[in-house]
Design a binder for this molecule. Structure first.
Ligand code: NCD
Length: 309
């Protein structure tokens, strides 16, 4: 049994020994197809609330299913249809749900740092998982992405990973760079200049303006969606300009190693950041990422309860 972590808000919350344990447990849960015997359902009697203050398909559904498989009762809450529409704050919403006996909250919020702020409000015995906060972090996505890479590439040591797209607004990129760098991969990030930070203070991360150069010889290529809802500026490029310089077209992906794999956290915009031929092609592990999300999130719930098998 591993040491429990109370919240998962950032990749930085994970001790280095916990990550391989999460990988091993996810692998086991995947073999079991997430089907557990009654005594293994460690969330029996527990209520998990998913609070998505931003849209989601994969993340919300996989958290709900994961909690369900572990025996929890799941409540999916969104601002629409809740008292948030009447002006109730997030803090008051959580306080009332806690009064109803809910102790585990999976939160997605458009404001960076909002889930961290909640940590100060909730007491011991309440568990928070960050399911994506603004442009800041999305730790569970980074874990399932790393797990998916490991399934195919076995080791991270010396692996060349190209991440192409809206780096500056992507919480997937922010958590992913930290985790993959810790695991020993070398990361090249690329995108239009207004979507690239001027510097990144994470070891083994290089900014490469040209997507073709970034992808050249890579073992792993990850495309990111243009975060139009966050950019706050008029993107100078049209979708078709973006595709021609940064989109994962078959020609561009052919510059990577022949056995390179292609990831995308979803939702994908076909013909913009990725072509259908690539998204549905033999190198794509996009649906595998979605599949692995369920088992990784089961493992994460177990880790929060200190019951990682
Ligand atoms: C991502 C997100 O919400 O940050 N999606 C996801 O969780 N699978 C990526 C995105 O929205 O582009």
């Amino acid at each position: 049994m591993s040491k429990a972590i109370q919240h998962l808000l950032s990749i930085k919350d994970l001790s280095p020994d916990l990550v391989p344990q999460l990988f091993a447990r996810t692998e086991k849960l995947k073999r079991l197809r997430g089907v557990l015997s009654q005594h293994e359902k460690i969330l029996e009697g527990e209520t998990v609330v998913t609070m998505f203050w931003e849209t989601s398909t994969r993340t919300r559904v996989s958290f709900s299913l994961a909690a369900n498989r572990l025996g929890a009762q799941v409540v999916d809450l969104a601002p629409k249809g809740s008292s948030v529409e009447k002006g109730e704050s997030l803090d008051d919403t959580i306080a009332n749900l806690r009064a109803l006996g809910c102790r585990m909250f999976v939160v997605r919020h458009p404001t960076s740092g909002e889930v961290d702020r909640l940590k100060e409000k909730v007491g011991r015995g309440t568990y928070l998982i960050n399911a994506g906060d603004g442009t800041h972090e999305h730790p569970t996505q980074a874990l399932l992405d790393a797990f998916t890479i490991r399934e195919r590439k076995k080791t991270f040591e010396g692996l060349e990973v190209a991440i192409v797209g809206d780096i500056v607004h992507s919480r997937v990129a922010h958590s992913g760079m930290i985790l993959l760098s810790q695991l020993g991969a070398r990361i090249r990030v690329s995108g239009p200049s207004e979507m690239l930070p001027s510097q990144i203070d994470i070891p083994n991360v290089n900014i490469i303006r040209s997507a073709d150069t970034a992808i050249e010889g890579a073992d792993v290529v990850m495309a990111l969606r243009l975060q139009k809802e966050r950019s706050g500026f008029a993107l100078k490029l049209t979708d078709s300009d973006y595709r021609s310089s940064f989109g994962l077209t078959p020609e561009r992906v052919a510059k990577a190693k022949p056995d390179a794999i292609v990831l995308h956290p979803g939702p994908i915009n076909r013909g913009v950041e990725i072509d259908s031929e690539v998204a549905d092609g033999p190198q794509s592990v996009i649906l595998r990422q979605a599949e692995n999300g369920l088992f990784m999130r089961m493992a994460i719930f177990e880790a929060l309860r200190g019951e990682l098998g």
